[in-house]
Design a protein around this ligand. Structure first.
Ligand SMILES: C[S@@+](CC[C@H](N)C(=O)[O-])C[C@H]1O[C@@H](n2cnc3c(N)ncnc32)[C@H](O)[C@@H]1O
Length: 225
């Protein structure tokens, strides 16, 4: 599996498949390939409450799935006094799977109305990251995908590895896609910004021994696991 279009074909096949057993199997494969395991809303709310502190915080969710964190952030910003127009200006979500983009937009539509469409960007996070006029954020929240190097489709993988190299790291064929996600997200923060991400503790600790760890400890002033 080397191309995102093949993944989309797999999804299309799974949704038209009549046999429930094989549909479950295909869905499982597909979710594994895109790292599609979503965050419980209670956890998104808890992490968001820590990370988002001011009504004008500018917030990024780099792989927003069906919008668990986006909903939590929109609610939090409303509680802090932001208007729908202000939230739509300061909240950015990115998601590569078109159906999930629709779900995420629908999830925040109650708060933001038609502005929800501009909040959620459809596409590859690494492509979005390479835009020349990309802004910086006060806050990054989310649960980036875990996808092995070998199953991470092109051209997204090459972009991700190029960003790591640009930021002084040496990715290799053991680099899980979660690593460049965290690296690019970290590099999207303003000085003094805060980031709250779901991670697998053992995976994280094992990567801290490599140049990923040096990068994080250089850029971050505080790290809590
Ligand atoms: C672990 S899920 C988490 C979704 C959401 N952040 C949450 O917490 O519920 C990871 C998401 O990353 C998306 N994804 C995978 N590769 C991506 C890429 N290159 N750019 C943007 N999103 C991507 C998947 O489709 C999936 O929705």
């Amino acid at each position: 599996m080397t191309d995102i279009s093949e993944i989309h074909a797999l999804v299309a096949k799974s949704s038209t498949e009549t046999n429930a057993g094989s549909r479950r199997f295909l869905d499982l494969d597909f979710d594994k390939l895109r790292g599609g395991y979503y965050t419980d809303f209670n956890l998104s709310e808890w992490m968001t409450k820590w990370a988002v502190r001011k009504k004008n915080d500018v917030v990024l969710e780099p792989s927003c799935g069906d919008g668990s964190f986006l909903e939590a952030v929109a609610n939090r910003l409303v509680d802090l006094g932001a208007s729908p127009a202000e939230i739509a200006k300061s909240l950015v979500g990115v998601e590569i799977i078109p159906n999930e983009v629709i779900s995420a937009r629908n999830r925040i539509r109650g708060r933001l109305g038609s502005r929800a469409d501009t909040v959620v960007n459809e596409g590859d996070f690494f492509d979005w990251w390479q835009q020349p006029k990309r802004k910086l954020f006060d806050v990054v929240v989310g649960n980036p995908p875990f996808i092995r190097y070998q199953t991470f489709p092109e051209p997204h993988r090459s972009r991700a590895m190029a960003i790591m190299t640009q930021l002084g790291m040496k990715p290799n064929r053991l680099t899980n896609i979660w690593v460049p996600f965290v690296v690019a997200a970290t590099a999207s923060l303003k000085p003094g910004g805060r980031m709250a991400l779901v991670c697998l503790l053992n995976f994280f600790k094992s990567h801290m021994r490599h140049n990923f760890g040096r990068f994080l400890l250089t850029v971050l002033t505080e790290l809590t696991l």
